[in-house]
Design a protein around this ligand. Sequence first.
Ligand SMILES: C[S@@+](CC[C@H](N)C(=O)[O-])C[C@H]1O[C@@H](n2cnc3c(N)ncnc32)[C@H](O)[C@@H]1O
Length: 457
Amino acid sequence: MPGDNLLKDLTACPRCDKSPLSLKGDHYRCDACKVDFPSVDGIPWLFAEPEASIGEWRNRLHFALRQLANESQRTRTELTECEDGSLTAQRLKKHIEAMDEHRNNLRELLTPVDVQSSQASYESYLALRTRLPTDQGIATYYANIHRDWAWGDEENQVSLDLIKAIAGDEALGDTLVLGSGASRLAYDVHTQLDTDRTVAMDFNPLLMLVAKNVVEGKEVELYEFPIAPKSMNDFAVKRTLSAPKPADESFLLVLADAMRPPFGKGTFDTVITPWIIDIVNEDLRVQAVRINNLLRNGGRWINFGSLAFSHPDRSRCYSTEETVAIVESSGFSAPETKEETIPYMCSPASRHGRRETVFTFAAEKEANVKAPERYKALPDWIVTGKEPVPALESFRSQAMSTQIYSYIMSMIDGKRTIGDMAKILEQQKLMTKEEAIPAIRNFLTRMYDDSQKSSGF
Ligand SMILES: C[S@@+](CC[C@H](N)C(=O)[O-])C[C@H]1O[C@@H](n2cnc3c(N)ncnc32)[C@H](O)[C@@H]1O
């Protein structure tokens, strides 16, 4: 595979950290762990538990395809209720055609993920404590693909200019872009700034497979489904995705988890984190130390994007001031920072678009900091099954609501009203009728909303 020999000396095993991985034909292998890491359409799949993570993404692909099929079916039923030839009928017809074509396009594009053998051992996956965040599907960040490779240059140029401004004239050298998404920024950095090798890494195979095709000079046709279509023709817009020119072979794509980056210690001259530090489920303090470990002494961490931490622990939702302090206390120089308000995700076919005040910083690695512990996605009492399951307060209240919810579900018989159900809950002394009516209504609203959710495309 082109680029493989260029990547090899940067790699380390995401399970045992031994570096580098060895190259066996078309894929990488850790000789110490005796684990082979497959190649997905030529992109190294360097997850700690490769088989299981491929299985997870395959399930998510099938889930997305099923949702699209259901949506198409539901829309067909709506079409039968529309006046023949009316504007609405025309719009629905076009939308159905687009959804069906989209489903086929996705299936074809993601064939390399679908055909990988599936001998995933869920236990070993758990034992490694790596698993995908449950809120990330194939369609998460789907619009970014179109922003990166079809909407024109404005947003991409603004992002590159901000990186340029903070990076200054210094060469970037070997550069890692963590959470590179559909990878336009990584490509622009590689082709327009002074880099040696650029590794663009993300864990979403749809984004990376599109990136691979376009940076090789191919065109990819995919539908965009804008949030707020401007007109009849904008509900499903067929886009041709392409890069300005093919990237050279020192632009390298890797599929892996940012919390288990498969790279050796002190490997990179630059690590860029675009729009990612506030979305991963890991404390910024740990991320900062991990990034420190990936950099050589004197290397630079460049961050770009919003700071919108949304962790249930408020203490982990850091301000800019705390972010700067965390970077500085993780073996970096005081970061140089910059704030600018930029257009964000403004599709030409949509009335919806955002402006974001992005927070950019660059900080130099001044000292080695002890590597963080390996990321654990789940606690030991789930993984080993040998420790008592803690009687968490939240579990108790969830158990209570689950009982009541399953009781409400069992009362649905196509005849009872919310009032009838509330009366039964009162007779069972579970709650008063006055309490029961809003509780049942809220629960059913949520159930109803879930049944109406679209695929996210
Ligand atoms: C907000 S998007 C930003 C994408 C890209 N950097 C951009 O600016 O368009 C966040 C990206 O992080 C990726 N991501 C989230 N968690 C990750 C993880 N643990 N490992 C690798 N990628 C991750 C997502 O797939 C997504 O592409």
